[in-house]
Design a protein around this ligand. Sequence first.
Ligand SMILES: C[S@@+](CC[C@H](N)C(=O)[O-])C[C@H]1O[C@@H](n2cnc3c(N)ncnc32)[C@H](O)[C@@H]1O
Length: 273
Amino acid sequence: MNLICIMTAQGNGVYLESNNIIYTAVFRIQECGFFLLTAMGYKSFDSYAQEYDSWFIENANVLESEVKLVASCLDNAGEVLSIGCGSGLFEKILADEYGITIRKGIEPSAAMAEIATKRGMEVMIATGEEADYGVEKFDTVLFNGCPCYMQDLGLALRKAYASLRKGGKVVVIDVPKESPYGLIYNLALSVGTWDHPLLEGCSPLMPYPIELVKQANWRTTSDKIEMIKQAGFEGLRFSQTLVASPCYTHLQVEEPCEGYDKGSYVAITAYKY
Ligand SMILES: C[S@@+](CC[C@H](N)C(=O)[O-])C[C@H]1O[C@@H](n2cnc3c(N)ncnc32)[C@H](O)[C@@H]1O
């Protein structure tokens, strides 16, 4: 096994590679408790691109609850850039069912980007940290479900800020670490499988592929608030969905509601004034 790379601070990654497998690892950092470190989280999406899409399509009520949340944050969105747009599944549904058009995306996984391109998006293949978003080009920058895969979310948020026109907004949506889904994902991660007695009767009906769980580093909402403010954004607003327990979220579609105190999928909207 070779030690490939060491990063610090928000880059927070040390990763180990052997036989082309990227391993995630838990390291004890003095005074910081346990820190989950991941790197190159998008690599797994190259092998799981089709599976990711079909998992979501089969998980229809969860998908619809999440789409409703995303749509509710994209009123008067203007020209939107979607970071970590993946397969463009949300963008396609938003266009077909809500009349919200998102043409441009940035996505590091070539396999995911290929599907998004077939769905009509124009995708730059790059991480949110590496990519050039341009300056004052967009009215909205969307981060949907990708913050947990990003090494340096703060850097991406600063790029988003620069790329927005005055009055524009950033929409940062993800599973909070402290939410029911965040906790159960981290439990699955720590036991390395969904098939464990501790998770029996508690996990979602169709759990998120464990390989994708292993690549993620869910952050608390307060961590994300801090980063968003540090990037220069103001006027933060919060909305949430997947308020039901993870094992019941498949039963019905939820309407988004205000706040971030109970939902397992939380949107933070913030403005460039
Ligand atoms: C959970 S998927 C979300 C995809 C899409 N936004 C959606 O909601 O269906 C996470 C996406 O983030 C991408 N990703 C991973 N690392 C990234 C990074 N550093 N910058 C931007 N996107 C990244 C993955 O390749 C993957 O497509």
